[in-house]
Write a protein that binds this ligand. Structure first.
Ligand SMILES: Nc1ncnc2c1ncn2[C@@H]1O[C@H](COP(=O)(O)OP(=O)(O)OP(=O)(O)O)[C@@H](O)[C@H]1O
Length: 229
């Protein structure tokens, strides 16, 4: 589903690479944690998958496509197959819960009747039934992240990328969010989650890929957060 072949990313001439010759493959339906200290290249990895950045060297393949050959006008099509969730939720503050999720379908031209049936289903799935009319500031952090996940998943993307989705949440709330991501993964969606949350990684026992100053230093199945444990 995602393949990196000797991928190097250098942002500024002379700077050390944010990613340094990274090669890896993530299969359809996998759940992968991306770990590493701040600045190790996790967000860069996710940006390359979405083609928000392009590699300096090497190739990135997503869903069988070589992204270096993807013309700019096809990038929106690629991004429709990828849902993204962030630490700071990124909801539209003046829209209701329903509207925030519906908006993701409106912008890709889905018809109204589709939106009216799909949005309640996904809100129910993420545990927000009954909260459709609230605005983001009337929700807890965990609820806001559930809205963000509903919005990312409503179009049933084949890949869900999550950049520290539990970074602003307490441990109990984080666990609820992880259960939800696990459930989404069980529908067949490939999930890649960058995180500093050692407890979550240790509990979930999924594949762990560790980056250190841009290099992949560990790829462990059913892994833990820190190496050497
Ligand atoms: N747009 C950019 N322009 C220049 N340098 C960048 C840019 N984005 C990231 N970098 C640099 O690339 C390196 C990797 O950053 P990246 O954001 O990928 O790390 P990260 O592992 O996601 O960190 P964090 O855990 O703090 O989010 C860092 O040295 C960072 O300063």
């Amino acid at each position: 589903m995602i393949r990196f072949e000797n991928v190097t990313k250098v942002y500024a001439r002379g700077a050390r690479p944010a990613l340094d010759q990274v090669s890896l493959e993530i299969e359809r339906g996998e759940f992968v944690f991306l770990v590493g200290t701040s600045g190790s290249g996790k967000s860069t990895f996710l940006h390359l998958v979405m083609r928000e950045e392009r590699p300096t060297a090497g190739k990135v393949f997503v869903a069988g496509r070589d992204l270096s050959l993807l013309s700019t006008w096809k990038v929106p099509h690629l991004r429709r197959q990828i849902g993204a969730v962030f630490q700071d939720f990124r909801l539209l503050p003046n829209k209701t819960v329903f509207e925030n999720v519906a908006f993701a379908l409106q912008v890709i031209g889905k018809p109204r009747h589709h939106i009216m049936t799909t949005v309640p289903d996904v809100l129910e799935m993420v545990g927000l039934a009954g909260m459709e009319k609230r605005r983001p500031h009337e929700l807890s952090g965990g609820e806001q992240q559930r809205v963000a996940i509903a919005r990312a998943f409503v179009n049933r993307p084949s890949i869900l990328l999550a950049d520290e989705p539990t970074g602003n949440l307490d441990p109990t709330t984080s666990l609820g969010i992880m259960r939800l991501l696990d459930r989404i993964n069980r529908t067949g969606t490939t999930v890649v989650m960058a995180t500093h949350d050692d407890e979550i990684v240790d509990q979930m026992r999924k594949r762990v890929i560790e980056l250190s100053t841009g290099e992949m230093v560990r790829d462990q199945s059913r892994g833990v957060y820190g190496s050497g444990r």
